[in-house]
Design a protein around this ligand. Sequence first.
Ligand SMILES: [Zn+2]
Ligand SMILES: [Zn+2]
Length: 385
Amino acid sequence: MSLYPVTKSTLVTFRKELHKNPELSGYEKRTSQAIVNFIAPTNPTKIITNIGGYGVAAVYDSGLPGPTVLFRADMDALPIQESNQFPHRSSSKGVAHLCGHDGHATILAGFSYSLLKNPPPKGKVVLLFQPAEETGEGAARVIADTLFSEIKPSYAFGLHNLPGFEQGTFFVRDGAFASASKGMVIELKGLPSHAAHPEDGNNPDQALAQLILGLNSLVPANNQFSNFTLVTVIHAKLGEVAFGTTPGNAVVMATLRSFENPDMDTLTLLAEKLVHSVCTQYGISYKVSYQEEFPATTNSAQCVNMVRAACQQLNLPLMELDSPFRWSEDFGHFSKLCSTAFFGVGAGVNHPQLHNENYDFPDDIIPKAIQVFEAILNQLLVNTK
Ligand SMILES: [Zn+2]
Ligand SMILES: [Zn+2]
């Protein structure tokens, strides 16, 4: 790979700088500045900053008609204390790049130097550095931003490194790639009273218990799902620690998950019906709200074929995934908008898992991933009439 004036070691140094200076979702101010500084010499037609928060979009516009091809990387870190002791370990207590978004951002930043060398002959290329992926808010905010009209893509591509998979192998799948998920918050309100006189109040304890059991049996008890769906109760709270009081409120939280978006709609409906029926039975009032909503990441076969062809041309190992991932990725918001391919690149079979405290991005996959992006772009804008 020759990306004069950038070499692999320049990219690794940049990646380690990002790793050392992690910022949480929605707070990627210095990260976005570092990215702008790094890519500025590549002559983008325009650099859009502060899109959907601290997002950065570098636009390479040929000035000629043609598709807009967007490549997206995430850039946020996690609220986890890193245990690594190497020199580029996080300098922020309790915040670290343990999902490899430092590496994803570096791949995209490196790719900007391919565009310096080979600007698009038609259409537009957009490199989008997206904030706040971990909380599922970033992509939606970028898309909702009025600035998005300037970069609205015809095609979008993105990748994630995959620990547990052979390093440097690319992983693809038509259709569902990563799950839809959302956090459901159920707040229950009864009536508190003295613990000696529970009959004077309305304790939501039974409703709480029924809801936990009911949420757990929602999927096994219904056969109306087309594919994998899952409910995980993640938190429950009843009243306060006060032995003299019959509690008057409770909270249950669950994560709903599915490979397909329509299954998520069904699951949501069933969960809400359950809440309604249980609360009605016990005379408890309730409020349901949602957090961290991710649509399913669904790939178009046309775009996945470009990833396949890219790996073939470059002689890079490629594997088809048997089933989608259970985790979610907010790239799914782009797959609702246009033709997309989100793919994986192996980080190493024994590599620490994503979000593990000893995780670090494997730098050796950076040049390969850049080459794959280049080869995808060539298929769309260079080797076509
Ligand atoms: Zn993550
Ligand atoms: Zn991630």
